[in-house]
Design a protein around this ligand. Structure first.
Ligand SMILES: [Zn+2]
Length: 554
């Protein structure tokens, strides 16, 4: 029997760009297609996506993208996958469908692929795969796990999940479904590792309700609540409380407006029209009677909350007595930007509550006891931890052994590993070379490692141009050198540095002229100038800038 290939293209060793390929003979399905946000000021790289080369080479085999839920780290790379020519239908739950459709519209791709919306506990039939969808609890509604019958055995992909006995929308995750799968025998479990370091059972979304109620009721000024614009459950609670406390809601940020509209479309948020006021009308209401739902919980540079913090938001100016609730996790890498924003919010006179000082956020990911419960329900033969940084994968692997999976059957895989799964084995048989692509701009242009290296060097060490004009016939330098530098050294030293650098280049030119006059072998003028200037700068200012000698032949 042939093996099933399980290939993580992303999501292992990092939290982001989840993408898992399942391949059996002539058929491929891909679970999730997400992106990873880069550190906010990382030489222009805005995000990172999986390298699609493996899929591009097999694009006719791809029969579907199966999407677990609508977070960016699960759907964000879909437009780029489509642009790369991967045109298989996308399978998603109903709210996820709305988010994907919106995303494809933004990229003008809505007609390029079909989105097939599925329901919980529906079976999707492929040639070799039968995929059963199962609702799970998470920080976005309509999140799914996939229970996949394959020719080698049953494979379960949990997606992102937690076990919430009292979610705001929907029911508690149906663990029975997982237990029944376990009874029939599960060959491989792949499970979310994000919160494996936490020992306490995660708090229920309902906890937020009481905290918010208390804070909203006591508000003396404007209340601003920032959160991920995809967290409909949390937004639903804010709407519910506003109704109860007879307050109005204003929306700040484009994605917040968009997702509230989608939430209304999907029927999750009801009657919102009567509660929502326009930001322009804010002044017409007592300040403590309005709650603003805002984007920008990660300190993103142009987001609503960042602009409010910097006093640059046209419609919202903070005053003392105002309250800002940051109801989301600080994603690793964003802490500095968020910290700066919080400082500015305080400077504007507001009180700011955030995870470190007040419990106004609960995580959407299962902690150790819940992960163990999942393992004990499913009782898989093989286990691969997914969705986590490397240390999370290591801890989750240890937990699986504790929960009864045979130690030799637990595999910590890396992005790009080709895992071959048979009824009796699960091992890495091959490694893909490239696993990630750096992307800038909305168009999704990729940046090569060389470009990034140049940017880093220019950013850290500055750049120097050395210009001159050469007579094309006589090969002699007839004008120059001119030296221009940027970002090199303090202005007060610049004049001296340029004069000295000119002398260095003049010396090179006279050696060159001599060589030309003697009709000897022509020296590589550009390379010699580059080497000599870098040596000079290294000696005098302690660093080697990017040096670009330019010779114009006339
Ligand atoms: Zn998620």
């Amino acid at each position: 029997m042939n093996g099933l290939k399980v290939i993580p293209l992303g999501g292992l060793g990092e939290i982001g760009m989840n993408c898992m390929v399942l391949e059996y003979e002539d058929e491929i399905v891909v679970v999730d297609c997400g992106l990873l946000f880069s550190d906010l000021d990382h030489f222009g790289v805005e995000f990172v996506i999986p390298d699609f080369t493996y899929l591009k080479e097999r694009k006719d085999k791809i029969k579907g993208f199966l999407i677990t839920h609508g977070h960016e780290d699960h759907i964000g790379a879909l437009p780029l996958a489509i642009k790369a020519g991967l045109h298989a239908p996308i399978y998603a739950s109903s709210f996820t469908t709305l988010l994907i459709r919106e995303k494809l519209k933004e990229h003008g791709l809505e007609d390029r692929v079909e989105i097939r919306t599925f329901k919980p506990e529906q079976v999707l039939d492929f040639k070799h795969f039968k995929v059963k969808t199962a609702s799970v609890n998470h920080s976005i509604v309509d999140s799914m796990a996939f229970l996949i019958q394959t020719p080698v055995g049953q494979v379960i992909h949990t997606g992102d999940f937690k076990i919430d006995p009292t979610p705001f929308f929907g029911d508690k995750i149906n663990l029975d479904l997982f237990s029944k799968a376990g009874d029939l025998g599960v060959l491989l479990l792949m499970s979310d590792s994000t919160n494996v370091e936490r020992h306490e059972h995660s708090m229920s979304e309902q906890v937020i309700y009481q905290k918010f109620e208390h804070l909203f009721a006591a508000a003396e000024g404007l209340t601003i609540v920032s959160m991920f614009a995809s967290n409909l459950g949390r937004m639903g609670q804010v709407f519910d409380l506003a109704r109860k406390l007879d307050k109005k809601i204003a929306l700040a940020g484009r994605t917040m407006e968009q997702n509230i509209r989608l939430g209304m479309e999907a029927g999750y948020i009801k009657d919102a029209e009567r509660q929502i006021i326009r930001l322009d009308d804010l002044e017409g209401y007592p300040r403590n009677q309005v709650i603003v739902l805002s984007t920008g919980s990660q300190g993103e540079p142009r987001s609503a909350l960042t602009r409010i913090a910097q006093g640059e938001h046209g419609q919202i100016q903070l005053q003392s007595g105002d309250l800002v609730l940051m109801s989301s996790k600080f994603i690793p890498g964003n802490e500095k930007a968020i910290g700066r924003m919080i400082n500015h919010l305080f400077k504007q006179g507001a009180e700011v509550l955030y995870e470190a000082v007040h419990d106004i956020h609960v995580s959407g990911h299962a902690t150790r006891p819940e992960l163990k419960e999942m393992l004990q329900c499913v009782r898989p033969k093989f286990f691969i931890p997914i969705h986590g940084e490397y240390r999370h994968l290591v801890h989750h692997a240890a937990l699986a052994k504790e929960a009864g999976v045979a130690p030799e059957n637990v595999l910590i895989a890396n992005n790009g590993d080709v895992v071959e799964l048979t009824p009796t084995s699960c091992r890495v048989t091959e490694r893909l070379e490239e696993t990630r692509v750096l992307v800038e701009g909305r168009e999704g242009n990729d940046i090569s490692k060389l470009v990034l290296k140049d940017r880093r060097q220019m950013g850290e060490k500055g750049v120097v141009f050395s210009l001159m004009v050469r007579n094309a016939e006589s090969r002699r330098i007839i004008a120059g050198p001119e030296i221009i530098c940027r970002g090199l050294t303090h202005e007060s030293r610049e004049g001296w540095v340029i004069e000295e650098a000119k002398k260095i280049v003049q010396k090179v030119i006279s050696d060159y002229d001599l060589a030309v006059g003697n009709r000897g072998p022509e020296m590589d003028l550009q390379e010699t100038i580059r080497v000599e200037l870098r040596r000079f700068f290294n000696h005098n200012i302690g660093k080697k800038p990017v040096v670009l000698p330019i010779i114009l032949d006339l």
